[in-house]
Design a protein around this ligand. Structure first.
Ligand SMILES: Cc1cc2nc3c(=O)[nH]c(=O)nc-3n(C[C@H](O)[C@H](O)[C@H](O)COP(=O)(O)OP(=O)(O)OC[C@H]3O[C@@H](n4cnc5c(N)ncnc54)[C@H](O)[C@@H]3O)c2cc1C
Length: 394
């Protein structure tokens, strides 16, 4: 297994760093605090082709994969711009539509996703079905040439900034409405399908879901009240949703891991600079091991997480099993980011809490990565069951 960095990838990383760095953390923090989208940065990244590096060239993308997309995500976050919507729009939606969507869906959505002019966000979480997708209640019923969706999704990021939502719903064809509403397949598993639903569809009502995360992207509750979409909105085959979701979740986890690695590197760079220059006794504070060791430990964790992120992306791009690696990368990166921020804030003393130094918004984003897109306990469950062959615990 050789997943060493190529010259092209090095060039990509430095080009992303140059553009994201020209906006910098000041720009990101301003957007986050004012609650406005990072449209200017997103557009610049899109024009440069960075947001579509994983989209096929035939649809205007770069023809690469998750190795490239995670590099984009990581480098932007390292410059202080962790772009949450890369995880949903560029990673999960573009990957799922690209792999399973009909030609009609690909032509409709991929070019805009590739140049960043369109966003398609992702809706799976429901009030009564978070970690347990099998309890999902949102359902789609075939009616003539259409599908009709009903149900509620919550915590859906970026729906006020997107053209469409990739929605996961139960389905069971027109003739088996009861199965779609309540049911499962005979083996007890849910029968899921994915639909691309324009945000302005009649019957789709969006209400804000306030969170105390200081970030540019907002979360919403989405109510689907007889939302009607044409048959062509179905992604791939009806009932194939579980496989599609699982194919899409790895990219989401890998880019989530890249986000965590980038945030950690950003925090450590700031902390190291501060520790080199701040002097309260006779030496810079970085000379005290009480300051340097937590930073060094976080750097070790960060670089290990970066390696696992790279491995997961490399496996995914080759169509090899990448579930455990994607999970481990996301877990390790979220932990590394939290430890890096904690050490960086401690290094800054009182300044660690000052708005001027701006750590709290990044801490919130890193903390989110311990919960979403999948929480760390579900990752431990996965590794215990699949990596260690232990009994399933839930
Ligand atoms: C800011 C933000 C943005 C989000 N964006 C999106 C989005 O764009 N699209 C989307 O679909 N969702 C989104 N989510 C939802 C997110 O993916 C879920 O919150 C997450 O998957 C956890 O689901 P839950 O909140 O229902 O937690 P629950 O499933 O209720 O779990 C609660 C806690 O219980 C523990 N737990 C649960 N099950 C087990 C188990 N079997 N073993 C051990 N411990 C367990 C875990 O610690 C878990 O954190 C977002 C959430 C937030 C906060």
């Amino acid at each position: 297994m050789d997943f060493s960095e190529t010259d092209e990838e090095r060039d990509l990383r430095s080009a992303v760093a140059a553009i994201a760095g020209s906006f910098g953390s000041e720009y990101y923090l301003r957007c986050a605090r004012e609650g406005r989208h990072t449209h200017e940065l997103w557009a610049a990244m899109g024009e440069a082709g960075f947001l579509g590096v994983n989209v096929a060239e035939a649809y205007g993308g770069g023809g690469g994969g998750l190795v490239e997309l995670s590099a984009v995500c990581e480098e932007a976050a390292t410059q202080g711009a962790p772009l949450l919507l890369i995880l949903v729009s560029a990673a999960i939606s573009a990957e799922v539509i690209g792999e399973f969507g009909s030609e009609e869906l690909r032509k409709r959505w991929l070019p805009g996703l590739a140049d960043g002019s369109t966003k398609v966000v992702f809706a799976i979480t429901e009030p009564d079905a978070g970690s347990n997708t099998h309890k999902m209640a949102t359902h789609a019923v075939r009616d003539g040439d259409d599908w009709v969706l009903n149900g509620t999704k919550h915590y859906i990021s970026g729906t006020d900034d997107a053209e469409a939502v990739l929605v996961v719903a139960r389905s069971a064809g027109g003739a088996r409405i009861d199965t779609a509403r309540t049911g499962r397949k005979p083996d007890g598993s849910a029968l899921l399908s994915l639909f691309v639903v324009p945000v302005d569809s009649p019957g789709l009502v969006r209400t804000p879901l306030p969170v105390d995360l200081i970030a540019p992207d907002k979360q919403h509750v989405l109510h689907f009240d007889d939302v009607r979409v044409p048959a062509g909105a179905l992604v791939g085959a009806e009932g194939d949703g579980f496989r599609q979701v699982f194919r899409g979740l790895n990219p989401e986890r890998i880019t989530g891991a890249a986000l965590g690695v980038g945030i950690a590197r950003f925090a450590l760079a700031k902390a190291a600079e501060y520790a080199r220059t701040r002097q309260v006794w006779d030496v810079p504070i970085g000379a005290h091991q009480g300051v340097s060791h937590p930073l060094a430990r976080a750097r070790i964790e960060t670089e290990l997480a970066a390696l696992m992120t790279r491995k997961a992306a490399w496996l995914h791009d080759r169509g090899l099993p990448a579930g455990e690696e994607s999970n481990m990368a996301k877990y390790a990166a979220a932990e590394a980011a939290i430890h890096a921020l904690d050490a960086a804030m401690q290094t800054h003393g009182g300044n660690g809490l000052a708005s001027e130094y701006g750590f709290m918004p990044y801490w919130g984003m890193a903390r989110l990565m311990q919960v979403a897109p999948v929480n760390r306990e579900m990752i431990l469950n996965h590794v215990a069951q699949h990596g260690l062959n232990l009994p399933r615990s839930y």
